[in-house]
Design a protein around this ligand. Structure first.
Ligand code: PNS
Length: 170
């Protein structure tokens, strides 16, 4: 694909997030990143202070199934600072997906902090496909919690896991 792509092929990128759970928007970004970078480490944040619906193991397992078709993508989890995780995994780049303008301020803040403390790590933003511009894990959880259909928002196996989580106890 030309010289520039050859250079970027040797770059490891980390794609971090809560992934609670992985959505089709995340899959779209991981696919895009896997085409551009030689190796992509998808990093699930383990933050006990944040109320998550799925455990880190569940989130990791769902990601592994959703991204199993991408040979240069690995799944890992981390706690602590993202830039430390990136350094430990030899990553030079952080990938984040941008949906709408509303993401910008939060992402700008994170990228600025990571630039300050990251010792040369670059944040690269990728635009999600238009059909996922509105999609978020929170929105998916809300729809699933009230029994709505999440088909098309998340991979089918994730939709099943959501239905199990919210199935009324008998
Ligand atoms: O999917 P999210 O919740 O928007 O992802 C946020 C994430 C995991 C990328 C961010 O919270 C993070 O990197 N946390 C680790 C702690 C850290 O490094 N903080 C400093 C930069 S803000």
């Amino acid at each position: 694909m030309g010289l520039a792509m050859g250079v970027i092929d040797v770059v490891t990128a980390v794609y971090p997030g809560s992934f609670d759970p992985v959505t089709n928007g995340h899959v779209d970004i991981a696919e895009r990143a896997s085409k551009v970078f030689g190796r992509v480490v998808v990093a699930v944040l383990n933050n006990p202070a944040k109320d998550a619906l799925f455990t880190v193991d569940e989130r990791t397992e769902m990601l592994a199934t959703a991204l199993g078709h991408l040979p240069n993508v690995e799944i890992a989890h981390f706690s602590g600072l993202l830039v430390d995780f990136a350094r430990q995994h030899g990553a030079q780049v952080i990938v984040r997906g941008l949906r709408a303008l509303s993401d910008f301020e939060y992402e700008f803040q994170m990228a600025s902090v990571n630039r300050k403390i990251g010792g040369g790590i670059e944040t690269v933003f990728m635009m999600t496909a238009n059909e996922y511009a509105f999609l978020s894990s929170s929105m998916v959880k809300e729809v699933a919690r009230f029994g709505g259909c999440v088909r098309g928002f998340v991979p089918d196996h994730v939709a099943r896991r959501l239905a199990e989580k919210f199935r009324p106890a008998r």
